[in-house]
Design a protein around this ligand. Structure first.
Ligand SMILES: Cc1cc2nc3c(=O)[nH]c(=O)nc-3n(C[C@H](O)[C@H](O)[C@H](O)COP(=O)(O)OP(=O)(O)OC[C@H]3O[C@@H](n4cnc5c(N)ncnc54)[C@H](O)[C@@H]3O)c2cc1C
Length: 503
């Protein structure tokens, strides 16, 4: 039976699947008889774009693989099935004084999903990625082989599967090294910054003495306020700081319905950003005690918050560029401010220089910026195409877990190691994302380099990014399944210079 209700978090693009839930990790994979039909594991669908979608193929929901298998309370080594969520691990281990070594901004993700995207958190500068703490896992291949993967066993499969986008086979269980804590609360601080230069200073300083740092930026601010925002930082408590009594906050609110598409317009987004900036100004300069839940997962208290964007869905865009190149981040904020396409949420974070064991891992030393855009037709895609070029020019990358629209040429420029990954992909596995970014393309000119100031849209008027542009088929989420092959880059709308964009 086909289903259209398995979506990604951004609810774009739409996809239709055959659903074959997995119930026992010891069972063989329920592969379709038709060998041309591809399969893909599906965790909590918290990826924003199409890396967790397999349009026209089969999805294997993994949530029923939710058993804890072994825990050593002395060492903090936990083995669990791959459908266990990070929230379930925390519910089990925090009271035993153990914590996740790395956690993304939501706890509603599975262990399998966290490995397949090699997720990062607010402590990348200290702890690297999730993959840095995965001791071993079992990989079930479509031929029935079960590979034990670790740095010492089947290492190439270990490396290909961490950040391998679910394409190398099914992770049935994994062993993780947790980190010790003394209490569920943290000491946290909110520090305002007036502009991006202030952010970089504050973030560098904070990274020295804070385990967790992340910043929210008011994307609607312009002129002297461009890049203003709030840096949130925190540390776990030392034994002597543990409070005698602690009340766990209750927090849960569900967005009851899809809001109409016009709800998030430039006025509401701007007003929200300005209100949030004022509202979150700290009342004290001293650190406060805060429960881990609101500190790590502020958005999790509003269930289904993605419905804010209406049925059309939204795009998240997360990039990373080297930190020494501050001008690119400034240009990006200026471009967005000028475009009239405000981002509802903008999150800035510094990545450290820990390397991940994952072959296709996204983080690299530098700074990362995540932006949410309501889909406002072609102008939204055009803006992001332009940003893709800026990121390529700075030798950065865009995060596949958040992507729904990258061109093959950009993906392959950001991740030249994709061809090595292709050697480890299970022949029965594929995804909408993978087919899109490895689609056969024809030769073209190289990616934009040396944008001159006159070509920089940050110096142009807001209307310039709204010019004449139609989404390409990939933008519309249509695709035809094809095998990944070595490709030659092709021209897309993003081959245009900033000047072309303004025409
Ligand atoms: C509010 C919010 C905040 C977020 N913050 C961050 C953040 O701070 N840092 C960050 O890195 N990411 C972040 N993310 C993205 C999210 O952490 C990742 O997309 C994560 O991988 C989603 O896990 P999932 O279980 O929902 O997997 P899905 O989205 O369902 O799938 C993701 C990938 O994992 C594969 N997969 C799932 N299970 C298995 C398995 N058992 N075996 C093999 N492959 C499998 C799928 O095939 C797919 O390729 C955030 C997402 C949201 C919604």
């Amino acid at each position: 039976m086909t289903h259209s209700n398995y979506q990604s978090w951004g609810r774009y693009p739409k996809a239709t699947h055959t659903i074959a839930p997995l119930y026992w990790r010891t069972d063989p994979l329920p592969l379709p008889e038709d060998h041309s039909k591809k399969v893909l594991p599906y965790g909590m669908g918290r990826s924003y774009g199409d890396s967790c979608l397999n349009n026209g193929g089969t999805l294997f929901p993994t949530r029923a693989l939710n058993h804890f298998l072994q825990f050593d309370s002395e060492t903090g080594i936990l083995t669990c099935e791959a459908g266990v969520t990070l929230g379930e691990i925390l519910a089990f281990c925090v009271s035993k004084h153990w914590f996740l070594p790395v956690t993304p901004g939501t706890q509603f993700v599975t262990v399998g999903g966290a490995i397949a995207n090699d997720v990062h958190g607010k402590n990348h500068h200290r702890a690297g990625t999730f993959g840095n703490h995965v001791l071993e896992f079992e990989l079930l291949r479509s031929n029935g082989e079960r590979l034990l993967c670790s740095p010492n066993h089947n290492q190439p499969y270990y490396a290909a599967t961490i950040g391998g986008l679910g394409l190398t086979g099914l992770i049935t269980w994994a062993t993780l090294q947790l980190k010790p804590i003394h209490h569920r609360a943290l000491h946290t601080e909110t520090c305002p910054f007036a502009n991006l230069d202030n952010y970089f200073e504050l973030s560098n300083e904070s990274d020295h003495f804070c385990e967790y740092t992340v910043a929210w930026v008011d994307c609607s601010a312009n002129g002297p306020n461009l890049g203003r925002g709030l840096l949130f930082r925190g540390n776990h408590l030392k034994p002597e700081e543990v409070p005698k009594h602690w009340k766990v906050p209750s927090r849960n609110f569900r967005l009851p319905l899809n809001l109409p598409g016009f709800f998030l317009n430039s006025w509401t987004v701007r007003t929200f950003n300005q209100w949030y900036y004022q509202r979150q100004q700290p009342k004290t300069t001293l650190p406060i005690l805060q429960d881990y839940q609101p500190f790590f997962y502020p958005l999790d208290s509003i269930q289904d918050w993605n419905k804010l964007y209406g049925k059309t869905g939204f795009l998240q865009y997360q990039l990373t560029v080297p930190a020494h190149d501050r001008s690119i981040i400034k240009n990006i904020f200026q471009t967005i401010a000028n475009s009239g396409l405000n981002s509802f949420l903008a999150v800035l974070k510094t990545f450290g220089d820990h390397s991940s064991p994952g072959l296709l891992s996204f983080p690299r030393p530098g700074v990362t910026l995540a932006l949410d855009f309501p889909i406002k037709g072609a102008k939204t895609f055009k803006l992001l195409d332009y940003l893709d070029d800026q990121v390529a020019e700075a030798q950065g990358a865009v995060y596949p877990a958040k992507d729904a629209r990258l061109s093959p040429r950009h993906f392959q420029t950001y991740f030249p190691q994709w061809e090595t990954l292709a050697n480890y992909i299970d022949p029965r596995f594929s995804s909408s994302f993978w087919r899109r970014v490895t689609a056969q393309t024809s030769p073209t000119k190289p990616i934009l380099t040396n944008t001159s100031p006159s070509e920089n849209p940050s110096t142009q008027q807001p209307s310039t990014l709204e010019a004449n542009h139609s989404p390409t088929p990939s933008h519309l989420g249509t695709e035809s399944p094809s095998k990944p092959h070595s490709t030659l880059p092709t021209p897309t709308n993003s081959d245009k210079t900033a000047q072309d964009i303004s025409q």
